[in-house]
Design a protein. Structure first.
Length: 227
């Protein structure tokens, strides 16, 4: 959510935001002078770690302990990226640490983080770099439409089916599956490739559907407000 805008319609609806432990941790960070912008920036560190771990699976023996560890660390780092995205908004709004640059620090790291994780999955074992780039472009498009619509006066749209949390949970889930399942369960599709490539294709298509849905909703709201 834009850190400089505390309006409820500009915040992504996240159930975990209401958890006492999460709010308490955010308050603890704010009390110690940790800024929302610093937490937003840290999300890129987690994303870079995740992307690097995923891409590094091509450098080790398939099914080895090291490869499974890379998949697992990648999944954990993706979830930590999302936790950082949750905490920055809590520190900014509930913690009273909003910054004039909050919107910039909220959106720019998100786009970089999406790219590092999706491209990293594209370079992973069974992935496809081209699909990693396609998924990144589609993800950026969904965010662009949300911001554009909001700036034009429509509600900020956070719906899916492949909004940021959904596509990140999908990436983390696939990485976790590949970390714990036998290598014999892995498959290659004739046209797309392995499980990571298929995952990226699903994320790309889902993100395009999300972009289309957001465009329709935005157009409808703008037309209704002008009537």
């Amino acid at each position: 959510m834009p850190q400089g805008d505390a309006g409820s319609d500009a915040r992504r609806p996240i159930a975990a935001r209401s958890l006492g432990a999460v709010r308490g941790f955010a308050a603890w960070l704010a009390e110690r002078g940790v800024s929302a912008n610093a937490v937003s920036t840290s999300s890129m560190v987690f994303a870079a770690t995740a992307g690097g771990m995923l891409a590094a699976t091509t450098k080790v023996q398939p099914g080895s302990f090291l490869e499974r560890g890379l998949w697992l660390l990648g999944a954990i780092a993706i979830e930590f990226r999302l936790i950082a995205n949750l905490l920055d908004g809590l520190i900014a709004v509930e913690g009273g640490k909003a910054s004039p640059l909050g919107g910039l620090f909220n959106e720019a790291p998100d786009r970089v983080s999406d790219a590092m994780i999706l491209i990293g999955l594209g370079y992973a074992v069974g992935g496809d770099p081209g699909l990693g780039l396609a998924a990144t472009a589609a993800a950026i498009l969904t965010a662009y439409l949300r911001e554009l619509g909001h700036r034009l006066g429509a509600s900020a749209r956070f719906d899916g089916p492949m909004a940021k949390p959904q596509r990140m949970h999908v990436c983390a889930g696939i990485a976790l599956v590949l970390a714990v399942t036998p290598t014999g369960w892995r498959f290659e599709t004739p046209l797309i490739g392995g499980i990571p490539a298929l995952t990226l294709a699903v994320i790309t298509l889902g993100s395009l559907v999300t972009a289309w849905r957001r465009t329709v909703f935005i157009a409808s709201e703008l037309e209704a407000s002008a009537a």
